[in-house]
Ligand binder design. Structure first.
Ligand SMILES: CC(C)(COP(=O)(O)OP(=O)(O)OC[C@H]1O[C@@H](n2cnc3c(N)ncnc32)[C@H](O)[C@@H]1OP(=O)(O)O)[C@@H](O)C(=O)NCCC(=O)NCCS
Length: 212
């Protein structure tokens, strides 16, 4: 893991704290959150939060720390424009195949699994217990959330959110800007942006009901 000098986590919400917990479990000793909405004196597990980026020590790395896909993209762009070194935080309790790849600024939680030749984009979240199987792709700024499964040779576009426990069966594509509800099962390729629920996953109409 980069960030051996110290890790800056952009954000101070729930996801930032998960990233911190994994970084600490991995053995990192120096950690700082940055969140412009932080209150004076706030901290998490003894690590402080700052409202601005002044006085950040040289040589630190940073990682986006918000769950929202679009905001994570903003954080990655900000980090790149500021010349920051973008780190990945990958739990030591995750299994990442030696032939898998993970682009900078991504998080892989405890007990996640990333199979051979799988590719994870930049600014992604592969959350606790999630599985991205062999030869699958997860596009930039997507979130494969807790216990969800991307089976082999599937393609997940950018800015996709897979809810907790969702499944994408093997060989299927999920296009950009698609949200898959918790527990849904995607059994055929989806390209129309929107929110899909159920098994088989169907798009929610504007009125809030699935289009079957
Ligand atoms: C799918 C989801 C995004 C929809 O959110 P929403 O657009 O606010 O939709 P609503 O809550 O208004 O629900 C709309 C309808 O879909 C149903 N619904 C919502 N989520 C559902 C789900 N996951 N599976 C089945 N039905 C669902 C609701 O019961 C409601 O049905 P109704 O119209 O018959 O009353 C959301 O419910 C969801 O599953 N989010 C995933 C959260 C998650 O996994 N977080 C993990 C963080 S690590």
């Amino acid at each position: 893991m980069k960030g051996d000098n110290g890790l800056l986590i952009l954000g101070f919400g729930g996801h930032a704290r998960s990233v911190a917990a994994v970084a600490i479990a991995n053995g990192i000793k120096l950690l700082l959150f940055v969140d412009e909405n932080a209150r004076d004196g706030e901290s998490f597990l003894g690590f402080p939060v700052r409202r601005d980026l002044e006085r950040i020590p040289l040589g630190w790395s940073c990682i986006p720390g918000v769950g929202d896909n679009a905001k994570r993209k903003g954080q990655v762009e900000f980090a790149r424009s500021a010349g920051w070194d973008l780190a990945n935080v990958v739990s030591r309790h995750a299994t990442v195949d030696v032939n898998a790849s993970i682009s900078p600024g991504s998080f892989v939680g405890h007990h996640a699994h990333i199979g051979p030749l799988a590719r994870i984009g930049s600014g992604c979240i592969v959350n606790t217990g999630a599985i991205v199987e062999h030869e699958s792709e997860v596009g930039d700024f997507s979130h494969v959330s807790v216990n969800s499964v991307v089976a082999g040779r599937s393609r997940i576009g950018s800015f996709v959110f897979l809810g907790t426990g969702a499944t994408v069966i093997d060989g299927v594509s999920v296009g950009e800007n698609i949200t898959i509800g918790a527990g849904a099962t995607v059994v055929e390729s989806l390209s129309t942006p929107g929110t899909y629920i159920g098994c088989p996953a169907r798009r929610l109409a504007q009125a809030g009901r699935a289009v079957y």
